[in-house]
Design a protein around this ligand. Structure first.
Ligand code: AHR
Length: 489
């Protein structure tokens, strides 16, 4: 169906809450290296094999002066940060982030400020970051200790510009024009870069999907990607509906592809626009706590969702949705990576641990590389308060030709029943099971904490057996479970 672009398993670090300060960067922490980067956190991130990390926002980027974040640290300005009502000390900035990326074995997806700033500052940032030398800005980078250009390839043209909550929010026409002009000038500085235009902040936006059509009409030839953002909630504790939320994600992806192709046809263009689903996750647990946080602190504990087992299943379903359209979704960012709605949590000065959602993300990133096979899934279905005909089993398969492996990812949405799951790999000839990993729990609300970091984690299931001819397998998917079935082919 489609080659998986490794950047499908990207993530996101915003200057928000304790993502940077106390998350990836904490000078004085027992595990901090000479640059103040937490090596305990780096290790957890490296295991995830994250190919790209979006930075520095999010809503933060729409008020960000990149110049504040470079040069001698003691001279950097502390700023009021209006998106999240905090104080930004700028102790960690662009160059530190690039160093951190190298240590985390990842690359940067850099966002420019098209809220309070515009094309001029955007192209200056590209010049500072990517131009080799011989101009004021490139030489300034060298003076700051970075002789080699960073060569940042992927750039986001602003963030959620359709949102009234965004500093400098815009109408689709205002944004489409500014995105096109910024893109033009940024590419004049460095023609090798690729650009992501802002799509809608979610399907709930009143301007969706007209926003995408207008923006692409104005910037089609200047950009390569359009962004999608989506977070799901379960405030009502309606598990059947919550677990079906990825159906909305499927629709969202389908609609944005249709809009891209409509504009392609309208313009008689040969070029495809690809999708960058650069914010996706479950986000709701911390909503009330965030309202109690006093404004104007440095790195308060914002958006610190503690994820339960059920959230991990929704994240698993969302990963399957992304994989099913890997032919058009080329990049995606689990938002975010550390402490802020994140798979990894830390204590300031203390421990770091894996949340429940760490595991489906880990499995997809490690085993979900290759060519996506969209299987014919025969599953019983259910109705819930917001969806009808929801398949109990959500599944996708990925063929890694190089490794000679097929991995099937499957979620059983049934809340009370184990389901039999037959896998037929006959087109691969003989196959053998490597392992069946399963993540299930007696308590859908079980969470991992610093004291109990392993309460919810995957285990090996021993029940999966080959049937007769060795290309067909019978597995059991426990109620409300995430499953990874790995086969040698
Ligand atoms: O990821 C948290 C926030 O969600 C981002 O800053 C913003 O882009 C989105 O609304």
């Amino acid at each position: 169906m489609g080659e998986v672009d490794p950047r499908l398993y990207g993530s996101f670090i915003e200057h928000l809450g304790r993502a940077v300060y106390g998350g990836i960067y904490e000078p004085g922490h027992p595990s901090a290296d000479e640059q103040g980067f937490r090596t305990d956190v780096l290790e957890l991130i490296k295991s995830l094999n994250v190919p790209i990390v979006r930075y520095p926002g999010g809503n933060f980027v729409s008020g960000f002066n990149w110049e504040d974040s470079v040069g001698p640290v003691e001279q950097r300005k502390k700023r009021l940060e209006l998106a999240w009502r905090t104080i930004e000390p700028n102790a960690f900035g662009l160059n530190e982030f690039m160093d951190w990326c190298r240590k985390a074995n990842t690359t940067a997806m850099m966002a420019v400020n098209l809220g309070t700033r515009g094309p001029h500052e955007a192209r200056e940032l590209v010049e500072y970051a990517n131009h080799p030398s011989g101009t004021y800005l490139s030489d300034l980078r060298i003076q700051h200790g970075y002789k080699e250009p960073h060569n940042i390839k992927t750039w986001c043209l602003g963030n959620e510009m359709d949102g009234p909550w965004q500093m400098g929010g815009k109408t689709a026409v205002e944004y489409g024009r500014i995105a096109a002009e910024s893109a033009k000038m940024m590419k004049w500085v460095d023609p090798t870069i690729e650009l992501v235009a802002c799509g809608s902040s979610g399907t709930f936006m009143p301007t969706y999907p007209e926003w995408e059509a207008t923006v692409l009409d104005l910037a089609y030839e200047q950009v390569e990607y359009i962004s999608l953002h989506r977070y799901y909630q379960n405030h009502k504790r309606d598990s059947a509906t919550f677990l079906a939320r990825s159906l909305d994600m499927d629709d969202f992806i389908k609609t944005v592809i249709a809009v891209c192709d409509y504009i392609k046809a309208k313009k008689r263009s040969k070029k495809n626009i690809y999708l960058s689903f650069d914010e996706w996750n479950v986000w709701y647990h911390s909503n009330e706590a965030d309202k109690q946080i006093e404004p104007w602190q440095v790195a308060p504990p914002q958006l610190e969702d503690v994820y339960n087992h059920e959230d991990a299943l929704v994240v698993g379903c969302m990963l399957i949705s992304l994989l099913k359209r890997a032919d058009r979704v080329k990049m995606a960012c689990l938002a975010q990576l550390v402490n802020v709605i994140a798979p990894i949590m830390t204590e300031n000065g203390g421990r770091a641990w894996k949340q429940t959602i760490y595991y489906p993300y880990l499995h997809a990133s490690v085993f979900g590389r290759g060519t996506v096979l969209v299987p014919l899934v025969h599953s019983p279905k259910y109705d819930c308060s917001e969806y009808t005909d929801v398949p109990y089993v959500e599944a996708v398969a990925v063929h890694n030709e190089e490794a000679g492996e097929v991995t099937v990812f499957a979620v059983n949405r049934h809340l009370s029943e184990t389901l039999s799951f037959d896998v037929d790999l006959r087109s691969f000839g003989a196959a053998s099971l490597i392992e069946h990993l399963v993540m299930d729990s007696d308590d859908p609300y079980a969470v991992n904490t610093a004291d109990q970091p392993d309460r919810v984690k995957p285990r090996r299931s021993e029940g999966t057996v080959a049937r007769g001819e060795a290309s067909s397998f019978a597995a059991q998917l426990p109620k409300a479970s995430w499953n990874v079935l790995r086969f040698k082919v």
